[in-house]
Design a protein around this ligand. Structure first.
Ligand SMILES: [Zn+2]
Length: 321
């Protein structure tokens, strides 16, 4: 889940200029493509809704750039199996796209179970989540009212550029539901053949947030735990103390990392930004980070590569340090 417009823009500078001219009706649909995308090889998805980029050997970013969330799902292919890490909004048919990219059996894992990462889960038979109440409730479509309200206008005209896929006949967005086929656990290793992924629980953004590590290649799939844009720490279920501990866990991996692969906006980011985030959180909790008020009693903290939108007051009481 992410902010409507800000996360679809392409750098702090662009965000600033957009905010200055946000009265214009064309808004984010006309923004220039992310500079990082120009360096990536694009693969034809055959589906107008998705754009696909090769972000590493055997790794495809399946993006949905025409909806304001700017969500990225990742297909990670081994020699015997593949993982789909998140399944997007559920607006286009991601299963069709995936079957064009690989003939191998596909297992879906979710970076967390906010609606914009689980929308295509129901298209797959093998979907694995944590066995915790938050994930189980999400799979049944039982979502906190504040999140349901946030999701409701997902297909509104000001959140979608251009036409919806032909099979989508209503702008009423339905919260996804799906069947969990198996449970996964922290530190579980998944052998895809020629590639092993490690599941790392990194709660904070939600109780069920996790990151995927391809240790041999130095790739860390960060979900909404980190991306180079406005990070959401305001929603029901967010826990700042748990989030800080999770970022500490990821920073410890920094020496072996070559790239972060986040779930919104630019599909690749420099691992050094995790260190910047760790420092930023320390400053926020210490009260030394400047912030500005945001609607709905929230505050925005701005840093070089990202900003953080937080409930006011933040849940610092439970922060471990
Ligand atoms: Zn989210």
């Amino acid at each position: 889940m992410k902010e409507l417009a800000v996360r679809c823009l392409y750098s702090a500078l662009v965000v600033v200029s957009w905010l200055a001219t946000s009265a214009r009706a064309e808004s984010w649909c006309d923004a220039a493509p992310l500079p990082v995308l120009a360096a990536l090889t694009q693969v034809d998805s055959g589906e107008d809704w998705f754009k696909i980029y090769v972000v590493a050997d055997g790794v495809f970013a399946i993006t949905e750039p025409r909806q304001a969330e700017g969500v990225n799902s990742f297909l990670i292919v081994g020699s015997r199996r593949a993982i789909l890490f998140d399944s997007g909004l559920g607006v286009g048919r991601i299963g069709k796209v995936v079957s064009k990219l690989t003939p191998l059996p596909v297992t879906v894992l979710n970076s967390h179970t906010h609606f914009d990462h689980v929308g295509g889960n129901a298209e797959f038979a093998d979907v694995r989540n944590l066995n915790i109440p938050y994930s189980l409730a999400s799979s049944r479509g039982q979502v906190d009212p504040a999140l349901a309200e946030y999701a409701r206008p997902t297909l509104a005209e000001d959140r979608v550029c251009g036409p919806l896929p032909t099979e989508v006949t209503s702008r009423e967005y339905k919260i996804p539901t799906w069947r969990i086929s198996r449970y996964i656990e922290d530190n579980e290793r998944i052998d895809l053949g020629s590639r092993t992924l490690e599941v790392l629980r990194t709660p904070g953004h939600t109780p069920d947030s996790m990151t995927l590590l391809d240790r041999a290649r130095g790739l860390l799939f960060t979900g909404d735990t980190y991306y180079s844009n406005q990070i959401y720490l305001w929603a029901p279920g967010t826990d700042l103390g748990a989030y800080r501990a999770s970022i500490d866990r990821l920073v410890a991996l920094r020496p072996g990392l070559k790239a972060l692969l986040p779930a919104h906006g630019a599909p690749t980011a420099d691992p050094e930004q995790l260190v910047e985030l760790q420092t930023a959180l320390r400053e926020i909790v210490a009260g030394s980070a400047p912030s500005t008020p945001a609607p709905q009693n929230r505050r925005v903290f701005r840093f070089e590569h990202f900003s953080i939108l937080m409930a006011q007051p933040p849940e610092t009481a439970r922060a471990p340090k």
